[in-house]
Design a protein around this ligand. Structure first.
Ligand SMILES: *Cc1c(COP(=O)(O)O)cnc(C)c1O
Length: 381
């Protein structure tokens, strides 16, 4: 049997055909006017999606490298920081901070639970001398989206900087860096930016740049001062991932042509149709405030959640994502970000229905498809 593969995970995500083809272009040398032009246009595109007038830097690493760059460039040993830990990726902020010897107060939330700006304000007030607050726009392990705009209102009134992991969210949901008072914004290439894994993006506000000047944590490869000096010369300190930059420029062309408002509306329709489908199956969504990037769904208590995902992946080749440790099996995650369309939602729901039926769950076959189609029909343009 032909086993067609359906990538429906929240990263890596599918890559548009024209962007895939760009990877096959011959390698050009990176210290040339030709590459500089592509590099600077790509940088401009990242700034557009980030909503910032500040420089945006392209790092050769996965998203986590961008998170590490945010920390090593703005902080000094022993600095007091707060990390909002609502899942696997919020937890990573705390882990990197601890690895660098920072004094990190982690706010550990039950997975899927929201965290408000008022709660953050109380945490900051409870502690004097907080140098940075680490937050996540879209917590990819739970599907929750946090009130980053509200966090910006709170943190901008203090001496602390707000550092945001926008690795799955930026490009799928609004996160205008300058307008929302975000001091450091990080993203990565293999989620909403629609290219393969391998690049991270980072930008610093003027308030964060002041920190960069005095930061004493060790750094070399991810040194933002070196990156800035080189960007002024339209280049990078080290050999860039040339093909990925070329691919990113292609995919940013698609994004710019569509415009951010339309891009976010597209993700909203995909999310709403997915949620309607899930509701029709009488299944429950994990996140208190679900975002439009992915939908985490609780496994029905009678079923083995690890097996459910395995059936979808192995039998139907629908690569949705399971839940990460320590919640393996308790829920599963359907992605609808990046290069995805209405029929990716239908595919995911159909594979879910088939796997549920295989495992003896009782429901009306086709119900989720119908519910999703109704939303698509009303909203598609
Ligand atoms: C994917 C992801 C990361 C980790 O990025 P890597 O590219 O795997 O290093 C961090 N944060 C969030 C929110 C993510 O979705």
């Amino acid at each position: 049997m032909i086993k067609k593969y359906y990538l429906l995970s929240p990263g890596p995500t599918p890559v548009p055909e024209a962007v895939l083809a760009a990877a096959a272009e011959p390698i050009i040398h990176h210290r040339t006017p030709e590459f500089s032009r592509i590099f600077m246009e790509t940088t401009e595109g990242i700034k557009y999606v980030f909503g910032t007038k500040e420089d945006a830097f392209i790092l050769t690493s996965s998203g986590t490298g961008g998170m590490e760059a945010a920390i090593v460039n703005t902080l000094s040993p022993g600095d007091k920081v707060i990390a909002i830990n609502g899942g696997k990726f919020g937890e990573r902020w705390g882990n990197i901070c601890k690895a660098y010897g920072l004094s990190c107060k982690e706010i550990v939330l039950e997975w899927g639970r929201d965290f408000t700006k008022d709660e953050l304000e109380a945490e900051i007030k409870a502690d004097s001398g907080v140098k940075a607050v680490f937050a996540t726009l879209s917590e990819t392990s739970t599907g929750a989206v946090y009130d980053v705009r509200g966090f910006g209102e709170v943190v901008s009134k203090t001496d602390a900087i707000l550092v945001v992991d926008g690795i799955s969210g930026v490009g799928a949901t609004a996160c205008p860096m300058d307008e929302w008072n975000i001091d450091v914004l990080v993203s990565g290439s293999q989620k909403s930016f629609m290219i393969p894994p391998g690049l991270a993006y980072i930008a610093f506000s003027p308030k964060a740049w002041k920190r960069v000047e005095t930061s004493r944590l060790p750094k070399f490869y991810f040194d933002a001062v070196k990156a800035k000096k080189n960007l002024e010369k339209r280049t990078t300190p080290w050999t860039p991932a040339i093909s990925l930059v070329i691919q990113q420029k292609k995919s940013l062309d698609i994004i710019k042509e569509m415009g951010l408002e339309k891009l976010y509306a597209h993700h909203r329709i995909l999310a709403e149709s997915t949620r309607a489908g899930i509701g029709a199956l009488n299944l429950e969504i994990l996140a208190q405030k679900p975002g439009n990037i992915l939908t985490a769904v609780k496994t029905p208590p009678a079923l083995d959640g690890v097996k459910l995902v395995k059936v979808m992946q192995d039998k139907y080749r629908a690569y949705i994502a399971g839940a990460q440790d320590p919640n393996k099996g308790k829920f599963f995650r359907i992605a609808h970000l990046g290069y995805m369309g209405a029929f990716d939602v239908i595919t995911a729901l159909s594979a879910l229905e088939l796997a549920l039926a295989d495992m003896g769950y009782h429901f009306e076959m086709g119900g989720s498809i119908k519910a999703a189609e109704n939303i698509i029909k009303e909203n598609w343009t």
